[in-house]
Design a protein around this ligand. Sequence first.
Ligand SMILES: [Zn+2]
Length: 259
Amino acid sequence: MGLFSWLKKSKEEKKEEQPAPKTEYVSGFTTTTTEHTGYISNDSNSVSVSFSASESTIQTSSRKTSVRILIDNGHGADTMGKRSPDGRLLEYKYAREVARAVVTQLKAHGYNASLLVVEDNDVTIRERVRRVNAACKKVGATNVLLVSVHCNAAGSDGKWHDARGWQACVSLNASVRSMKLAECLADAALKYGLKLRKPTPTQKWWQQNIGICRDTNCPAVLTENLFMDNKDDVAYLLTKEGKQAVVNVHVRGIMDYIG
Ligand SMILES: [Zn+2]
């Protein structure tokens, strides 16, 4: 399938979900890699469909086992520079540790969770999107959810910065379900004592042009688990309790979303 028809199909499938009223994009500290901005340089694929259904249409009764939870661990070992200035935290490694623990704990609670990427090396966003959308095609997009695990960075200069905190991000064309998932994760972050970064006082998640969320057909959220270039955040992330808090946020947030 050509890129255009593939993109068009993706957009059509997105329409089945219920995009929310337009939300103002407020820029903040975001990483500057293609990971978070996608591999298609066209960000005009926001879908404008009138808002008509409510969250209550989401069936929660038997969803515990029917929803396929995919945990993406983002960058691979080949991605350069994604590390704390002191080299103690490597994003690809940390995200893999968290993703594995999240999958293990969700499974222990009886949920259908798996890793999207079992490889250690970089798997392109295109391939990861393909894997997610293959699952969507198989069991239905509303029976799949994706969470991509990352650590944030305020700069790309290899120096320490002041920005800190946890944030959930959805794509510019996010469905109401994606936003709901982001909200559940953000609420869990607050519950586990993490400093939540919000674009406005009332909105708990950010909207950005994120390829892995934009081009996948299911509810999808990217989590930025504190800043790998903030000294205090890194110190906390590397503790046993910090790591466990980050894992708990994902497990709790996903469980609350599914119901
Ligand atoms: Zn990242």
